[in-house]
Design a protein around this ligand. Structure first.
Ligand SMILES: *Cc1c(COP(=O)(O)O)cnc(C)c1O
Length: 405
C-alpha cells in the first residue's frame, strides 16, 4: 500500500494515465490554434477539438455542437446563470435554486441578487438532501426565467429527481440548468431524457485535467440563448471567447470516453467498496450516523457523522488518509457545512462529519486499512471525551446545567 491514501475524490480526481497519454502530443508537437483556418497546424488542432467534442457529447447524449468549453464547472455555472438572466431579462427576474447547491451556483445567485436585483428562491431539501419537485413547481411565478438544481450533491452524494424537475420546467416553459459536475461520468446522464436545457460539468472530477469544463446549451426544443460573460474573438459560437486549450480539451474528451466505456462496471465496483466501508465502520462503532440518502446517492460517496468526535480532530488522527470534514471545508472560518445544516443535522453532528470519496484507483486493501484506522481513532478520541463518558453513563446531556464562561 502507498501512503497517503486518497479518499477525497469529490474534490478532485487523479488524472488517468491514459488521459495524459492522449494529451501529450498536443503540448509541443501539435501545438496549433484550433481557430487558425489557413494552415495544417490549425486544422490538426481543430480536428482534435472536434473529436473531443464528440466524445464528451456521447457521454451525455447531446449533439457536439451544443457544448461550450469553459475553464471548469465554476465558470459554466456562472455562464449559465448570468448568461440566461442577462439574455431573458425582458421576460422576468426570478431564479429558483436550492440551499445545497455548490458555492459556484449559490455565490453566483447571490451576486445576481445584490448586483442585478434578481429575485432568487432557495428551496429547502428534505432530511436526505433531496429537492422536492412539488416545491419547484410551487416556487414558479410568471417572472421565473431559470431553475437551477444540481444532479448530485458534492458532500452527501444525494441524487435529485432531475427528470421530474425537467418535466415541470418544460411544462411551464422555463429553462432548466443542472450542475451535473458530480454525476457526469459516475451515473448515466442523458440531457434529453432528463429535460435539461443547460448543464455544467468539469474534467478534473472524472480523471481528466484541471482547468477545462463545459456548459451544455440546448440547441433545439427550445433553442437556448445566453449572453456571454467574456467578450473577444467569438469562439464557441460567441458564447465563450478565448483560444481553446487544445491539450486540456483532448484530455477531457478521452476522460469522457473512458467513463462511457467503464462507468457501468466501475460504479458497481465502487458501490461495493463503499458499502464495505460503510458497514465496516457503522457495524462496529456506536453513535455514528449516515448523512444523505440511503440509496439515491452516488456510488462512491459516504458521509458519516461520528458523535462526540470533532471532525477536524479525527482528520488529524488519520493524517495518512486524505479525507474531508464537514467543517471548514468550504470556508476559512470553522463553520459547519451548510449542506448538512440544510438537512437539519445539528451543529455538533455537522462538525463531526467526514466525507469519504472513493475513486477509480482505490483498492480493497485501502478500504480495509481505512476502516481499521477510523475505528481506532474514533475510539481513542472518545476515550478522551468527557461528554462521551457522561452519555455512556446515561446522563442526559441536554439536562446538564453548564457553567457560564
Ligand atoms: C467541483 C464542483 C464544481 C466546481 O468545478 P471546477 O471545475 O473546480 O470549477 C461545481 N459544482 C460542483 C457540484 C462541484 O462538485
Amino acid at each position: 500500500m502507498k501512503f497517503p491514501i486518497y479518499l477525497d475524490n469529490h474534490s478532485t480526481t487523479p488524472m488517468d494515465p491514459r488521459v495524459l497519454e492522449a494529451m501529450l502530443p498536443y503540448f509541443v508537437e501539435k501545438f496549433g490554434n484550433s481557430a487558425s483556418r489557413n494552415h495544417a497546424f490549425g486544422w490538426e488542432a481543430e480536428e482534435a477539438v472536434e473529436n473531443a467534442r464528440k466524445q464528451i457529447a456521447r457521454l451525455i447524449h447531446a449533439d457536439p455542437k451544443e457544448l461550450v468549453f469553459t475553464s471548469g464547472a465554476t465558470e459554466s455555472d456562472n455562464l449559465a446563470l448570468k448568461g440566461v438572466v442577462e439574455m431573458y431579462r425582458e421576460k422576468g427576474d426570478h431564479v429558483i435554486t436550492s440551499m445545497t447547491e455548490h458555492r459556484a451556483v449559490l455565490d453566483t445567485a447571490k451576486a445576481l441578487e445584490t448586483k442585478r436585483g434578481i429575485k432568487v428562491t432557495y428551496l429547502p431539501v428534505d432530511k436526505t438532501g433531496m429537492v422536492s419537485p412539488d416545491d419547484v413547481r410551487n416556487a414558479i411565478t410568471d417572472k421565473t426565467v431559470l431553475i437551477s438544481i444540481m444532479l448530485a450533491n458534492n458532500e452527501i452524494g444525494t441524487i435529485n429527481p432531475i427528470k421530474e424537475i425537467g418535466r415541470i420546467a418544460k411544462e411551464k416553459g422555463i429553462l432548466f440548468h443542472c450542475d451535473a459536475t458530480q454525476g457526469v461520468g459516475k451515473i448515466p446522464v442523458d440531457v434529453q431524457e432528463m429535460g435539461i436545457d443547460l448543464m455544467s460539468f468539469t474534467a478534473h472530477k472524472i480523471y481528466g485535467p484541471k482547468g477545462v469544463g463545459a456548459l451544455y446549451v440546448r440547441k433545439k426544443g427550445p433553442r437556448v440563448r445566453i449572453a456571454p460573460i467574456i467578450d473577444g474573438g467569438g469562439h464557441e459560437r460567441g458564447m465563450r471567447s478565448g483560444t481553446l486549450p487544445v491539450p486540456l480539451i483532448v484530455g477531457f474528451g478521452k476522460a469522457c470516453e473512458l467513463c462511457e466505456q467503464e462507468m457501468a462496471a466501475e460504479s458497481v465496483k465502487l458501490a461495493t467498496m463503499r458499502d464495505r466501508l460503510q458497514a465496516g465502520i457503522m457495524n462496529t462503532l456506536d453513535e455514528v450516523y449516515l448523512n444523505g440518502h440511503p440509496t439515491q446517492r452516488l456510488p462512491h460517496n459516504l458521509n458519516i457523522s461520528f458523535a462526540y468526535v470533532e471532525g477536524e480532530s479525527l482528520l488529524m488522527g488519520v493524517k495518512e488518509i486524505a479525507l474531508s470534514s464537514g467543517s471548514a471545508c468550504t470556508s476559512a472560518t470553522l463553520e459547519p457545512s451548510y449542506v448538512l445544516r440544510a438537512l437539519g443535522v445539528g451543529s455538533d453532528l455537522a462538525h463531526s462529519s467526514i466525507r469519504f470519496g472513493l475513486g477509480r484507483f482505490n483498492t480493497d486493501e485501502e478500504v480495509e486499512y481505512t476502516i481499521k484506522r477510523i475505528i481506532e481513532t474514533v475510539t481513542r478520541l472518545r476515550e478522551m471525551s468527557p461528554l462521551y463518558e457522561m452519555a455512556k453513563e446515561g446522563i442526559d446531556l441536554k439536562s446538564v446545567q453548564w457553567a457560564a464562561h
